[in-house]
Design a protein around this ligand. Structure first.
Ligand code: MF3
Ligand code: CO
Ligand code: CO
Length: 270
């Protein structure tokens, strides 16, 4: 078991840049998420922006964790009942669809990993509520990031809030340490008990990326070996930020001009 790394000042500076660039890809793509666009076109636009405008590398392309086939595209596009790792392709987005775009860029060796939900045309009341609750779950989790708190505090508050809203938390995928490596220790579970798991220390960097289902928590993997859907076909939502543990709390690294601001109950606290 490898330990959780504490990032150096140099690492943190590199992660600030990578984080901002990741978030700026989402800012860039926002106006293109419209009725009639394909997920493959969104991938192509993001890929070109990363490589030609930012000089970043899309981390997902050819990413191949043990037991997987190489991921074939530059971003993940997870529509409606797709929980995560949706592969861009010929799918045409229609009014009422809800899609998560998950971006990870590499700049000077450092990874910035962030995702947002987008509505295509007119969203249903259900899709709006699920996305809003999931966004609040992510921020409630982030609000627990502070030296001396435990990783279990993050999962606990997310699970409490999601389940009180009538939703369920996906268990098989979690947040993760990140830096020069895309996925490293620690795992950030989006469920759990307060006071459990590792204590947070200044200089740790990890993602918070809850996947919340409107129905049951169970998932299934599609034959492509990547796409994960809800088993009951219910809607799923996800938001993600990459966050640094500071001396006094946290710093969101995947911040940019177009990023949706934190919920009011967070801004008031931090
Ligand atoms: N960006 C995802 C995460 O948040 C990982 C995607 S891996 C891929 O951890 F290969 F599917 F792109
Ligand atoms: Co991630
Ligand atoms: Co991600």
């Amino acid at each position: 078991m490898s330990a959780i790394t504490i990032k150096t000042a140099e690492d943190i500076q590199g992660m600030r840049i990578a984080g901002r660039l990741g978030s700026e890809v989402l800012d860039y793509i926002t106006p293109y998420v419209k009725v009639g666009v394909t997920t493959g076109e969104l991938d192509r636009l993001c890929h070109e922006y990363m490589v030609n405008v930012q000089g970043t590398i899309p981390a997902p392309l050819n990413y191949c964790p043990p037991g997987y086939t190489p991921y074939p595209k530059a971003i993940c596009t997870s529509v409606n009942d797709v929980v995560c790792h949706g592969i861009p392709g010929d799918k045409v987005l229609k009014s009422g669809d809800v899609v998560n775009l998950d971006i990870t860029v590499i700049k000077d060796g450092y990874h910035g990993d962030t995702s947002r939900m987008f509505f295509v045309g007119e969203p249903s009341i259900m899709a709006k509520r699920l996305s809003a609750i999931t966004f609040e779950c992510m921020w409630l989790g982030i609000s627990k990031i502070k030296p001396g708190n435990h990783l279990g505090d993050i999962g606990f508050i997310i699970q409490q809030y999601a389940e009180k809203a009538g939703y369920s938390v996906v268990r098989e995928f979690c947040g993760h340490g990140i830096g020069k490596i895309f996925h490293e220790e620690p795992q950030i579970l989006h469920y759990g008990r307060p006071g459990t798991l590792a204590e947070m220390l200044p200089g740790m960097i990890f993602t918070v990326e809850p996947m919340i289902n409107s129905g049951r928590k169970e998932i299934r993997e599609m034959p492509d070996g990547w796409t994960i859907k809800t088993r009951d076909r219910s809607l799923s939502a996800q938001w993600e930020h990459t966050v640094l543990v500071t001396e006094t709390g946290y710093e969101v690294l995947t911040a940019s001009a177009g990023m949706p601001p934190p919920p009011e109950f967070i801004s008031a606290k931090s």
